[in-house]
Write a protein that binds this ligand. Sequence first.
Ligand code: SF4
Length: 89
Amino acid sequence: MSRHLVVNPIACDGHGLCAELLPELVRLDDWGYPIIAPGPIPGGLEAHVRRAVKACPTLALLIREQRDGGGGRGGRGAGGGRGAGGSRR
Ligand code: SF4
């Protein structure tokens, strides 16, 4: 598992506070909305990331745990499969 910083673009108001608090991982686009650096949160920045997440006024900034490896879509083995029940006829 690794932790990634993500932003909910619907909740984000573009205050830019996160970029001020965490310039190592966040930069702003031309409209003031955050662009998060790809990849897991570096270990040395965890505390700063948590502080930025707490400071976000709209709770748009989130830490998401993600499984390492396997492409990250998490579809394998998750319920259902082919032909489980319904036929279209
Ligand atoms: S602090 Fe929150 S609302 Fe402001 S730009 Fe960052 S994610 Fe968006």
